[in-house]
Design a binder for this molecule. Structure first.
Ligand code: GAL
Length: 669
């Protein structure tokens, strides 16, 4: 039996922390939830200290009452294991479970998620509470899903203590088949006299005098991700034993520079993939970040619908200045996540806290109460989501794949690179933006993914690639696909060893180029391009080895050298973008590449109108999100209906999307 989320339509709700409030408030909570159309809330996320007042003694009475109340009111519970915030008594009994940072500083309890991921005492305590909880509520009618932990690795992605060191050695012994020579070889430990003669000599890459070994650091990142993953799997296992039919999720943190976990390895462990997304106050176009993260999460879910487990109704509290949302932004944000495949929209949190570290974080029910703009928007959104019930289960369709790999991200941003200015997420976003602006649907893929559904594959930044990834991408091109690769890709193998003979190592042959030297540009420097554009950040001395130059430098030390190349490779085409062209130049380049690949936008729309499609069994759902300040018209298929208003659109008449508004058009197929 497949474990799917049994909540009708689009799930709507948020983190509900009633333990923060006296019980009299709860009745109002559920009444208002009903008023807003809330049908699922996540409970118990931070309730460990109340559930288990001392080791092995439990008090479930409050949670019993909460779940009963939710159930009586027809609200489903996404029941969390409270393992992200162990109680103070736990740390007093097990001070060795506190995490140690890179500099050897032991952190104290007093916030949350301050535990060592490798601590046996933590694991035992976490699994114990997960088991007791799982067994107690396995058949509870309110419980529709397990919310395992909360944002794994948010605050404790790495712990450098001796327990972690021992666990790291176990992980390494397994990876290298107990062969220390293989590790020495992979890490290149002849460099700087780092050769290891005994496994016990190996420690985490703690603060040291000079640059630590790159492969040591890379294996460490892999280990840290796997170590937390093993906690997820262990909790999941315990819950499965207790409740074999209940789906489980854990909330990912795709984007906002969270790079601790290799989510390609995590997603297959979940029945439902979910994600948390928050806006960066300083990002003037955070709608692009929403789209990118949504496409990435949907791709992690293998194209299946996912849940937006957290976002904010207004300002958060953890940025230097926390901006409120502008008129209509709450609605556009939420529906943009639905457009990208979310079948559920939830917030942190239901009721704004009076006390505690997040008292200045917005919520569905603000401090001001129901006489507030946010509350009115929350109620209106509930109605909107109610009218989108039939969208549930529909999927995105894309002909373009963008390669995203955590190993490549980690390796690229290790210290002592040609340029510390080159950042993975920034490069992906730079390439993604023009695609977003022209309404092109995109999936994200691992380097070794099945690419047969795509016409065009883009690898904006793939510094590290293994043989399987290399073969997969280059075979895609030689087999007739179009492959565009960004600078400094293919440079190293999975051990971070440079691929010799010229750059871009792994892709040299497929791209028909050979670079003998890199010329990264200093911040503020720009060079001119023969097509009239400019380039920043990076350049390299590319020699053609079969490819043609599309654009060359017309200023700077590399004048006359190709900056962008195109090559016929097998029955496909490859492009090398050996620099960072300015946004307009990059946009026209990517349009040309896309047109040559035969990829069309989802729909042609006026500027500022985002068009996204979800495909259902009988109809397409066209989401039109107007980020502009003028009403816009978009052509739609015959027999269309706008679902948010329920109005039929006359054949031949375009759909109207109000300035700052959203339309969701059902187009029967
Ligand atoms: C998330 C976390 C929530 C809350 C929220 C505030 O990272 O899961 O518990 O802290 O941030 O934005």
């Amino acid at each position: 039996m497949s474990r799917t989320l049994k909540v009708p339509g689009i799930a709507y709700g948020g983190d509900y922390n009633p333990e923060q409030w006296p019980e009299e408030v709860w009745a109002e909570d559920v009444r208002l939830m009903r008023e807003a159309g809330v049908n699922m809330v996540s409970v118990n996320i931070f309730a460990w200290a109340l559930l288990e007042p001392s080791e092995g003694t439990y008090d479930f009475s409050r949670l019993d009452r909460i779940l009963a109340l939710l159930h009586e009111n027809g609200i489903a519970a996404d029941l969390a294991t409270p393992t992200a915030a162990p109680p103070a008594w736990f740390f007093r009994a097990h001070p060795e479970a506190l995490p140690v940072d890179k500099d050897g500083r032991t952190l104290s309890y007093g916030s949350r998620q301050t535990f060592c991921p490798s601590s046996p005492a933590y694991r035992e305590a976490a699994l114990r509470i997960a088991r007791v909880l799982g067994e107690r509520y396995a058949d509870h009618p309110a419980v529709v899903m397990w919310h395992v932990h909360n944002e794994y690795g948010c605050h404790n992605g790495e712990c450098y203590c001796d327990t972690s060191a021992a666990a790291f050695r176990v992980w390494l012994r397994k990876k290298y088949g107990d062969d220390l020579a293989a590790l020495n070889d992979a890490w290149g430990t002849t460099f700087w006299s780092q050769w290891y003669y005994d496994w016990d000599e190996i420690i985490p890459p703690r603060a040291t005098g000079a640059v630590p070994n790159p492969t040591h650091q890379l294996d460490w990142r892999r280990f840290c991700s796997d170590e937390l993953l093993s906690l997820l799997k262990a909790e999941r296992e315990v819950l499965l034993e207790a409740a074999p039919d209940t789906p489980a999720t854990t909330n990912f943190m795709v984007m906002y520079n969270f790079d601790k976990l290799d989510y390609w390895r995590w997603a297959p462990e979940l029945d439902v993939v979910s994600n948390d997304h928050y806006l960066q106050s300083t990002d003037p176009e955070s709608e692009i970040d929403i789209a990118l993260s949504g496409d990435l999460v949907r791709s992690l879910a293998g194209g299946a619908p996912w849940l937006l487990m957290e976002h904010s109704t207004g300002a958060v509290n953890w940025q230097p200045v926390n901006r409120a949302k502008t008129a209509g932004e709450l609605r556009r944000n939420a529906l943009a996540h639905v457009a990208r495949g979310a079948d559920g929209i939830a917030y942190f949190q239901w009721r704004a806290a009076k006390a505690g570290a997040e008292q200045w974080h917005s919520a569905m029910l603000p401090h001001a109460g129901t006489d507030s703009q946010i509350w009115r928007d929350v109620v209106a959104l509930g109605a909107d989501l109610g009218s989108l019930a039939e969208v549930r289960g529909s999927r995105g369709v894309a002909e373009v794949a963008v390669v995203w790999d955590w190993n490549a991200w980690w390796a690229l941003e290790l210290p002592s690179q040609p340029s510390a200015e080159v950042r993975f997420q920034g490069l992906i976003r730079t390439w993604y933006e023009p695609l977003w602006r022209s309404g092109v649907a995109v999936d994200f893929v691992r380097p070794d993914a099945d690419l047969s559904a795509y016409k065009l594959v883009l690898a904006p930044s793939l510094y590290l690639v293994d043989e399987a990834g290399k073969a997969n991408l280059t075979d895609f091109a030689s087999g007739g696909g179009v492959l565009a690769v960004g600078f400094h890709s293919g440079a190293v193998d999975e051990n971070c060893h440079i691929r010799l003979g010229g750059y871009p190592g792994a892709f040299r042959e497929a791209l028909g180029v050979r670079t003998d030297e890199l010329f990264p540009l200093l911040p503020g420097d720009a060079v001119e391009l023969s097509d009239g554009g400019t380039a920043t950040l990076w350049s390299e001395r590319v020699a053609l080895a079969g490819a043609e130059a599309v654009t060359s430098y017309t200023s700077g030390p590399l004048t006359g050298t190709p900056a962008v190349t195109r090559h016929t490779y097998g029955s496909g085409t490859t492009w090398y973008v050996a620099t960072l062209p300015d946004p307009t130049t990059l946009a026209s380049l990517l349009s040309r590449i896309r047109e040559e690949a035969g990829v069309e936008p989802v729909r042609t729309t006026p500027e500022g109108v985002e068009a996204v499609l979800r495909r259902g069994p009988d109809a397409d759902y066209l989401f039109l999100i107007n980020h502009g300040e003028e009403d816009a018209d978009v052509e739609v298929a015959p027999r269309a209906v706008e679902l948010l208003t329920g109005e039929k659109i006359e054949d031949g008449v375009p759909a109207r999307v109000a300035a700052g508004g959203v339309a969701v058009v059902r187009e029967p197929r």
